[in-house]
Design a protein around this ligand. Structure first.
Ligand code: ASP
Length: 353
């Protein structure tokens, strides 16, 4: 800008000074946008960054606008907004990120639109086997459960494993025995079943589809948050993949694959073709890149999702940092997602655009 100014011999010293001041202001604005804003705004005390942030997802996949009616899209958006509000309320009132992610995921588990809790997909043998994980970025404490069939809120079971057991990961009957001892809410397995998921299992069998989910869509749910104390947390809950067999476990309950939280970097929840996310160690890899390469959350997440794609996998992640950044990265045409911050952001979306 300064060179541009000196190149014009006809310019008066007054206009040169005006341009120089404009250039300086622009440069300062770019380097310190919050400072520039504070100068223009009504007060000098405007916060530079959100003091809390929350991001949620309800799965990723091949959602085409042609197949999705406006009514269906509105239904999904309303469901996402409801979960977003449940988590936001906790954070707005000064609660912890751990409480916020659990609250948001419980709402999504209760909602049959998503592949978690009620509305989970069926195994090949016609059972709903649920997985969940939660992690506290402050201490890196974590809890997870897999293959459970009677616990109403798998995410609460994961949190109870983290807080009330000496272990990180419990499975099947053992996890359920622990949940009963902890007086968690238990339900009949039929509670999780829906006709639409049964239809999808039948379609998978009739069309002899592979391990891939029927309509190339993943409906796992997740939430990541940072609270006003700067602590991050992550939670993920799922039924896994339609027609899964042999006690298959996906990435969602695996700490470091589908779920991870670390105050030194970020909190992550993933959705997609779990086998690839396990092989790439997606959630931990994103945090590690942020810590060791200095990449921001978007760059780190995009790089790791590109690695997943190179292996042949698809899906997406949500990421929140202790600074309050809340981002998405996915290599599918759509992802059910939403984010809210103390700075007033509140949005839900389905398609890439
Ligand atoms: N990632 C999950 C799994 O592989 C599936 C999903 O995201 O819906 O179990």
């Amino acid at each position: 800008m300064a060179v541009f100014c000196y190149d014009r011999p006809m310019m008066t010293s007054m206009s040169r000074r005006t341009l120089a001041i404009a250039a300086l202001t622009l440069a300062l604005g770019a380097a310190f946008p919050a400072a520039a804003q504070a100068k223009e705004g009504p007060s000098m005390t405007q916060p530079a960054a959100p003091t809390w942030s929350l991001a949620i997802h309800g799965g990723a996949g091949t959602m085409s606008r042609e197949k999705m009616t406006p009514e269906k899209e509105a239904e999904y958006k309303a469901a996402l907004a409801f979960a977003l509000e449940a988590g936001s309320k906790v954070l707005r009132e000064g609660g912890t990120s751990l409480d916020a992610v659990e609250a948001a995921v419980k709402v999504l588990e209760d909602d049959p639109h998503f592949n978690a809790g009620r509305g989970a997909v069926f195994t090949y043998n016609g059972v709903n086997e649920l997985d969940a994980a939660i992690m506290d970025g402050r201490t890196r404490a974590a809890g997870a459960v897999t293959g459970i069939t009677h616990i109403k809120h798998p995410i609460t079971a994961a949190r109870t494993v983290m807080e009330k057991s000496p272990h990180v990961f419990l499975s099947r009957e053992g996890a359920e025995e622990f949940a009963r001892e902890q007086a968690l809410e238990m339900v009949d397995p039929d509670y999780f079943a829906t006709p639409e998921r049964w239809r999808q299992l039948e379609e998978l069998k009739a069309r002899k589809l592979g391990w891939f989910d029927v309509d190339l869509k993943y409906g796992t749910v997740g939430a990541v948050a940072v609270d006003t104390a700067g602590n991050v947390a992550a939670a993920t809950s799922t039924g896994g993949l339609t027609g899964k067999r042999w006690g298959r476990i996906g990435d969602s309950p695996i700490i470091g694959a589908g779920t991870y939280a670390d105050n030194r970097a970020c909190a992550i929840s993933a959705t997609g073709a779990g086998e690839f996310f396990i092989r790439e160690g997606v959630a931990h890899e994103i945090c590690a890149r942020m810590r060791f390469t200095g990449e921001g959350p978007q760059q780190a997440a995009d790089t790791v999702m590109a690695n997943v794609a190179a292996l042949g996998g698809d899906g997406g992640v949500i990421v929140v940092t202790p600074k309050g950044e809340a981002i998405f990265s996915f290599n599918t045409p759509g992802m059910y997602r939403g984010r809210a911050t103390s700075a007033g952001v509140k949005e839900v979306a389905v398609f890439k655009d």
